[in-house]
Design a protein around this ligand. Structure first.
Ligand SMILES: *Cc1c(COP(=O)(O)O)cnc(C)c1O
Length: 417
């Protein structure tokens, strides 16, 4: 949709992305990404960038990270065939089971990777932000694992809404700080974490939770999640007899999606990201950033965002807290602009229906975020019969029980069976 890339530039940029040349040395994915931060934050980002450069692909760091993924996170996560869904949808359906990773979602891949990096860089303590609390829980667990104190900034409104996760973080040793500024939700929590980080960039490491924000975070987070797609490709070839015709992932900030998609960019697989369509197409009713947004700067990166005509960032709505963000990672903005990944949305109701179908027919209670990807995959399967599908099952749905209790389960009797 974005008109800021001309057609001839698009081919060139896609080529560079496929060759693994992006982001460039300024942290840009074509026109997107980069680093738009106040002067006071520059030293902290410079230091982090140098640290990522020095350690991330260094063999002893990779060995340590891979060992933690294997022994503590529980990787590789399973690739699961879904025979009953396959029959219903008229497709061959496979699930990449990030719900089976430690703490119940993909987020732990990033949290443990950054916690290990924090220790390498000699940080005395770690800070993190969280919205729904899932990244806060993953960060608290990862910091306990590597032995660093962890402080999680969380909007006061979210602390009310996500009480069980606040308790979980505290039990895992984290300090949880309520942020009452601004909208008192995720955006305010990120701003507060950045403010604390500049006060001591040498002593503090900031674990950002998705593939968003200023360079080097979108790159760093992608590199820590690409294991999802690397494993899935290998497992599809071994278990399913070949790569998928199409792969689906839900998109909030875009970390699980970029992790699944990035290793598949050079394949013939059609890649489809699914955003939160909420309750409707009006501003404020959804979080379908790529489907309906426009280019702008949000929290240090140039990307597609939800804003009004005056550039005011809009509030979002989604039934799933993890998709409720007014921006999206800059690499997704590029992948949409050059036509390699298609981004669509599923509504709250469609996600709920998909969640119930997956429970009933495969015995998996998936996260509300993930359910958006299932809904879109089902629609695609019906239009493209007989194809092989891969769905990134980003997390488990136990955390969503407080929301789900508002939609009572069917009461059944099996006595006559
Ligand atoms: C946080 C979360 C998401 C959304 O975050 P991304 O960065 O877009 O991946 C999706 N699924 C689950 C289960 C989550 O916890």
């Amino acid at each position: 949709m974005s008109a800021i890339i001309k057609p001839d530039e698009a081919d060139d940029l896609l080529g560079r992305e496929l060759r693994g040349e992006l982001p460039d040395e300024r942290g840009r994915f074509g026109p997107f990404g980069g680093r738009y931060v106040p002067e006071t934050l520059v030293p902290a980002f410079d230091r982090l960038e140098a640290g990522v450069h020095e350690h991330l692909h260094e063999p002893s760091f990779q060995a340590e990270y891979r060992r933690e993924l294997r022994e503590w996170v529980g990787r590789p996560t399973a690739l699961t065939h879904a025979p009953r869904l396959s029959e219903r949808w008229g497709a061959d359906v496979w699930l990449k089971r990030e719900d089976l990773a430690h703490t119940g979602a993909h987020k732990i891949n990033n949290a443990i990777g950054q916690a290990l990096l924090a220790r390498r860089l000699g940080a005395r303590r770690v800070i993190a932000e969280t919205g729904a609390g899932q990244h806060g829980v993953a960060s608290a667990a990862a910091c306990a694992r590597v032995g660093l104190p962890c402080t999680v900034y969380m909007g006061a409104v979210d602390i009310e809404r996500q009480a069980p996760n606040v308790d979980r973080m505290r039990r895992l040793g984290a300090e949880v700080v309520a942020v009452t500024a601004g909208d008192a939700t995720l955006r305010a929590a990120i701003d507060e974490a950045l403010r604390v980080w500049v006060s001591d960039p040498d002593g503090i490491y900031y674990i950002l939770g998705s593939a968003v924000g200023a360079h080097p975070y979108p790159y760093l987070v992608r590199e820590l999640h690409r294991v999802i797609g690397e494993e899935a490709r290998e497992q599809m070839q071994r278990q399913a007899g070949g790569l998928p015709d199409a792969a689906f992932a839900c998109v909030g900030g875009g970390s699980n999606a970029i992790g699944l998609f990035y290793p598949m960019l050079n394949d013939d697989t059609e890649l489809i990201g699914v955003e939160a369509g909420g309750t409707g197409s009006g501003l404020g009713q959804n979080a379908a950033t790529l489907a309906t947004g426009t280019p702008g700067v949000l929290q240090g990166t140039y990307t597609i965002i939800l804003q009004d005509g005056d550039g005011q960032v809009q509030e979002t709505h989604s039934i799933s807290a993890g998709l409720d963000y007014s921006g999206v990672g800059p690499e997704h903005a590029l992948l949409q602009s050059v036509g390699r990944v298609r981004y669509i949305s599923a509504t709250d109701d469609e996600a709920l229906a998909a969640l119930e179908e997956l429970c009933e027919f495969e015995g998996i209670l998936t996260a509300l975020e993930t359910s958006h990807a299932f809904s879109a995959a089902r629609d695609w399967a019906r239009e493209n019969p007989g194809k092989r599908l891969l769905i990134g099952n980003s997390g488990r749905g136990d955390k969503d029980m407080p929301t789900l209790t508002k939609f009572p389960a069917k009461v059944r009797s099996h006595a006559g069976a």
